[in-house]
Design a protein around this ligand. Structure first.
Ligand code: SAM
Length: 487
């Protein structure tokens, strides 16, 4: 180990930053979180630094560096900039002088990207205060350290700091109730791995505190905070949106609950690449529903998560797109609540948003579309959906049609009959955001034939129709008529 990591207390102490460009500004943002009294010395400064100075959040001195500036400083940072930077940083002679003066005075100094002039290195930081993770590659591979930081950021719950603070407030009570070090350590281990931590991370601190109080008052506090204790009460169902297919479009929260789940109950529409991101030893239950092929009935789909959660397991009910958009998630939510099961919804990127982004279509546009309407091509029991066709044909709304491919001709007819121009651009996006994505464009008058061609060879995969002027911007993956000229 060529550097020894420590965490410095800087609140209220003088920290000098030499330089006022973008690099200096980034360092100031970071150092400001420590509560240090920041002094920036520079010939020029960014707007952000000037604003911070005007608001009294730091002292900004627009003049050359003087070694006397370091008197009483706890830390010094010099931030040179690249040659083409808009605001120039300190030159080589200045940063060398800053480093020499700081070292002579025994003050830790960092010159950004110059390890040879630095006596300490700035780590890549994951901040879940009071929990902090500092990562350093000793200057050997800063980009690797930053990648690791991004990886950790995506996996650690945002409320981890709240959990650390919660534990901090309990320390005295736990030490009083459990004087033996080993028992105390086992208590904390059980607490962080069990339902108390789950409750804090889910924002239910009151429930967590009540459970800790009860545990500390019981004969065996370690067993009482363990996951095994009161299992049935700990069952939970996360109703999670898997997004349209690209696993990178999962939210951080979805990824985390997928990796913590005991059971995953998933729909046919969920891409295999997403299932690969789930906890390896979780039980996986497919409740595959395909159009016209209901392999598992809705009643059974609703019963399964209920039964698993009632047995105290952490269940993820995984649905394509967003779980509450054309996904019968509302019915499942009602069923879980009716049986008193704890349920949390983790939203996902719905097909309209994912497909539009993947096809390069802005769903709204100041000149072309003032609203976005999501409709389904299939109503309850496969009846025609009860939508207001005259209003849809009249407005300047972009229309995103789910489950509409096999009835695309009928939808086009309804809209044209109610006055929508047959030359209105349309796009059909099949398997949007996935590796086999296909985008076709046409005009409303040709939508029926386009869709019929797509289904002629069998089920082409999930397909979304986008109808509206904005669809002319779609980046099609097959030859199409010259739409832009037609609009
Ligand atoms: C039962 S709905 C589920 C919608 C989902 N809950 C959502 O928010 O996207 C299924 C329909 O969503 C659309 N869909 C879902 N994923 C898609 C994708 N990757 N590409 C195109 N359409 C998709 C298709 O219209 C498909 O028939």
């Amino acid at each position: 180990m060529s550097e020894f990591p420590i965490f410095l207390k800087l609140a209220g102490r003088r920290v000098v930053i030499v330089g006022g460009g973008e690099t200096a500004t980034r360092k100031v943002r970071l150092l400001a979180r420590s509560g240090a009294a920041l002094v920036v010395i520079a010939s020029q400064a960014t707007r952000e630094l000037c604003a911070a100075a005007a608001e009294g959040r730091l002292a900004l001195e627009l003049r050359p560096f003087d070694p006397a500036d370091l008197a009483g400083a706890a830390l010094v940072v010099a931030a040179p900039e690249d040659g083409d930077a808009e605001i120039a940083g300190p030159d080589d002679a200045t940063v060398a002088a800053v480093s020499a003066a700081a070292q002579a005075a025994g003050i830790p100094v960092n010159v950004v990207d110059r390890p040879g002039l630095s006596t300490f290195l700035m780590p890549a930081l994951v901040d879940r205060a009071p929990l902090l993770i500092a990562i350093s590659s000793g200057g050997a591979a800063p980009v690797l350290a930053r990648s690791l930081r991004a990886w950790l950021e995506s996996r650690l719950p945002a409320r981890l700091g709240v959990l650390a603070s919660f534990a901090g407030r309990l320390r005295r009570a736990v030490a009083g109730a459990l004087p033996a070090t080993t028992t105390r350590r086992r208590f904390w281990e059980a607490l962080f791995a069990g339902p108390v931590a789950d409750a804090v991370l889910a924002g239910r601190e009151d429930a967590a505190a009540a459970r800790v109080d009860a545990a500390l008052a019981s004969a065996d506090p370690v067993a009482a905070v363990d996951r095994a204790a009161g299992r049935a009460a700990d069952g939970v169902v996360h109703l999670v949106g898997a997004g349209p297919g690209d696993p990178d479009l999962l939210t951080f929260k979805a990824l985390r609950v997928l990796q913590e789940a005991d059971v995953i109950v998933y729909d046919r529409l969920v891409a295999p690449e997403i299932l690969e991101r789930c906890r390896r030893d979780a039980d996986r239950i497919a409740v595959g529903k395909a159009k016209g092929r209901h392999s598992v009935g809705q009643a059974e789909i609703e019963a399964r998560p209920v039964a698993e959660a009632a047995a105290g397991r952490r269940v993820v009910r995984l649905k394509g797109g967003d779980p509450l958009v054309f996904a019968r998630g509302g019915e499942e939510l009602d069923a879980l609540k009716a049986r008193g099961i704890r349920v949390e919804v983790v939203p996902g990127i719905t097909a309209a948003l994912g497909c539009a982004a993947a096809a390069g279509i802005p769903l709204t546009h100041r000149d072309e579309a003032a609203a976005l309407t999501l409709i389904t091509g299939h109503g309850k029991d496969d009846r025609e959906p009860a939508v207001d066709w005259p209003a849809l044909a009249r407005g300047s709304s972009t229309l995103a049609v789910y489950m509409g491919l096999t009835v695309a001709g009928r939808i086009a007819r309804r809209l044209i009959d109610h006055g929508l121009d047959p030359a209105t651009p349309v796009a059909v996006i099949v398997s949007g955001t996935r590796a086999d994505q296909e985008v076709r464009t046409d005009r409303l008058g040709g939508l029926g034939a386009l869709a019929a061609g797509l289904v002629a060879g069998g089920d082409p995969g999930p397909a979304l129709l986008i109808i509206g002027t904005v669809a002319r911007r779609a980046v099609a993956s097959a030859p199409t008529p010259p739409l832009a000229a037609a609009v």
